[in-house]
Design a protein around this ligand. Structure first.
Ligand SMILES: NC(=O)c1ccc[n+]([C@@H]2O[C@H](COP(=O)([O-])OP(=O)(O)OC[C@H]3O[C@@H](n4cnc5c(N)ncnc54)[C@H](OP(=O)(O)O)[C@@H]3O)[C@@H](O)[C@H]2O)c1
Length: 226
């Protein structure tokens, strides 16, 4: 699958790009700057080439500006800070054409990172769907996965809660979650994206209080076959 990661020059986007490239997907890194996107793509190609099991994708990671990346991706991932979400989405709206848009955003207040702050729409993901309307099928995912976990070689000890209003879009994202080495859980409509977004703030508090960086979540009580 061709996957565009808007803001893929940053921490979470790079981690996802690393995992998906190793799983055989073709990733294009999006940025406001073509130069930064190209540099991040080159770094990722070096990282993947040096990985123990070698690269799985035949296509190298590439870089593009955000609108060109969004046009190239079959699935588009938004990996920018909350404040950057509205302008980034506006910049790519014309390129989305009803595609699946994975929103990783946590609406953190940079001045109070340990306190929940939710937008009027209920969550950043719901806000993205409201902003875009029919231009994209928004699926919230990956809010609870720390980037440090994604660039390592160990299995990621965190599940992924997926919220969205389009069942086919959620199934596509669930496949990408598995390809990244994590377990997906469908938690219902986009209105429920408030759950993983707010939960991340709890994980930040756990990280701080226990002096760790990658606290995550696990769903228990469900047999593997389910
Ligand atoms: N970090 C984590 O462990 C983690 C975990 C779960 C979820 N998330 C969520 O994932 C998203 C990305 O997090 P991150 O830590 O990767 O963020 P980041 O590294 O701070 O930023 C990611 C990219 O966003 C772009 N960006 C930054 N400020 C911008 C602005 N004002 N306007 C437009 N674009 C801007 C930059 O790309 P260019 O300058 O190249 O355009 C930057 O490289 C956030 O919403 C975060 O809540 C993060």
């Amino acid at each position: 699958m061709h996957i565009a990661i808007l803001g893929g020059t940053g921490k979470e986007g790079r981690g996802l790009a690393y995992r998906w490239t190793r799983a055989g997907h073709t990733v294009v890194i999006g940025s406001r700057s073509l130069e930064r996107a190209t540099a991040a793509a080159a770094e990722l190609n070096d990282l993947v080439a040096g990985a123990p099991a070698g690269r799985a994708s035949d296509a190298p990671v590439s870089g593009a500006d955000n609108p060109a990346a969004a046009a190239a991706g079959e699935v588009v991932v938004l990996a920018v800070p909350y404040e950057a979400q509205p302008p980034t989405l506006e910049a790519v709206r014309a390129s989305l054409g009803g595609k699946v848009l994975v929103v990783t955003t946590v609406p953190i207040d940079p001045a109070a990172r340990r306190r929940v702050r939710l937008p009027a729409a209920g969550s950043a993901s719901a806000e993205a769907q409201q902003q875009l309307g029919d231009a994209a099928r928004v699926v919230a995912a990956f809010q609870n996965v720390a980037y440090e976990q994604l660039t390592g070689e160990e299995p990621v000890e965190c599940d992924v809660l997926i919220a969205g209003d389009d069942a086919a879009a959620k199934a596509t994202v669930a496949g990408l979650v598995r390809d990244a080495g994590l377990r997906p859980w469908d938690i219902g409509p986009i209105a429920n994206a408030v759950v993983p977004e707010a939960l991340t703030v709890a994980l930040i508090n756990i990280n701080v209080k226990n002096k760790v960086r990658g606290a995550g979540i696990r769903i228990t009580g469900v047999p593997p076959a389910a």
